[in-house]
Design a protein around this ligand. Structure first.
Ligand code: ADP
Ligand code: MG
Length: 321
């Protein structure tokens, strides 16, 4: 099957601090490659600051990449400037749902206007056609029509999340990028919104790239998982494989931090010591996890491990995986 999205050697470097030679280079996304098949849900996990949001914002072309390619269908989106992208048909095909729907929706827009905006801009809908389409999107996402006239501050967290989703699916995307879409919600509301997302995925045949630091959510809804650490993908594979038989020490540490519902005494857990390495001017020879890795050996400071197969469709970037 040909990929819907094919990302190759993608990189984003932010210049930080100082002047001239003192200026540092922050490697937010470093040499990242992966693909997403039509209809597939791929999870992206990793601790705060590892580059998840930067990566997905590159894919949605809200930022310009430093290097690499983002193939979507027949086009390389990386070649386009973020500004030019806004007018391309691919703009409709890739849509984003943000963590805080309240902040990503213009406070001066009613729910109706928030959902209508992309339909006006990308589909040219007006008048009765626009009204009908917005109402059918409200129905599909469980927003009572009576709420369409309300402003964001008059809506609950769950209702705002629904508006964010309705707006994202309005222009019939093929890929929905969700950056921690339920992180700001109460647990009971999270469950309802996740169910809605799973239902829409089936009904509309969407692919999802789902960013989350909640491993249990990823376990529930993702076909495959990418594990990110300091700008790099350190492990990837089918969800059951990666979460069931993690090959990278970082993935194991991430999983051991997940609370389990059990009455058994917990097994001994690998603890992460040390400080994370800096993402600024990282030494390309040293494994990014070295210093914090419970299994670190001298070889890890001599050569950066690359992603290598550890099973069918399962890969890890560790010399000792
Ligand atoms: P995550 O979403 O996984 O928490 P981010 O993508 O937000 O991570 O951040 C990745 C790294 O890039 C962090 O070290 C962050 O401080 C840095 N970063 C993000 N945006 C910028 C920016 N505009 N300028 C400089 N550094 C940035
Ligand atoms: Mg983020």
């Amino acid at each position: 099957m040909t990929a819907l999205l094919d990302v190759v050697n993608l990189q984003k470097i932010y210049p930080v601090g100082g002047l001239g030679k003192a200026r540092g280079q922050l490697h937010a996304v470093d040499d990242v490659s992966f693909s997403i098949a039509p209809g597939e849900t791929v999870g992206l996990v990793g601790e705060s600051g590892c580059g998840k949001s930067t990566l997905v914002r590159l894919l949605a072309r809200l930022h310009d990449p430093t290097a690499g390619s983002i193939r979507f269908g027949d086009t390389d989106l990386a070649d386009m400037k973020a500004r030019g992208f806004a007018r391309r048909p691919e703009r409709a095909a890739i849509q984003m749902v943000f963590q805080d729907a309240g902040e990503s929706i213009n406070p001066r827009y009613t729910a109706f206007e928030a959902i209508a905006a992309p339909l006006r801009r990308l589909r040219g809908l007006r008048g009765a056609d626009l009204q009908r389409r917005v109402e059918s999107l409200a129905d599909a996402t469980g927003i009572p029509r009576a709420l369409l006239g309300r402003f964001p501050h008059q809506l609950s967290g769950g209702q705002k999340a629904r508006v964010g989703i309705a707006r994202a699916i309005a222009v019939e995307p093929r890929l929905l990028i969700l950056d921690e879409p339920t992180a700001a919600l109460d647990v009971s509301v999270q469950v309802v919104i996740l169910k809605l997302l799973m239902e829409l995925r089936e009904r509309l045949g969407l692919s999802y790239l789902f960013v989350s630091h909640d491993i249990n959510v990823v376990r529930l809804i993702c076909d495959r998982v990418l594990v990110m650490y300091l700008g790099k993908i350190v492990e990837q594979g089918p969800t059951a494989e990666v979460l069931g038989r993690p090959a990278h020490p970082y993935t194991r540490a991430l999983l051991s931090a997940v609370p389990e519902l059990t009455l058994e005494p917990p097994p001994p857990r690998p603890r992460l010591g040390g400080e994370p390495r800096s993402p600024i001017n990282p030494d390309p020879r040293i494994c990014r996890f070295f210093g914090r890795c419970p299994d670190g050996r001298p070889a890890c400071a001599d050569s950066m491990p690359r992603l290598a197969p550890v099973g069918p469709a399962h890969a890890a970037a560790c010399h000792f995986a």
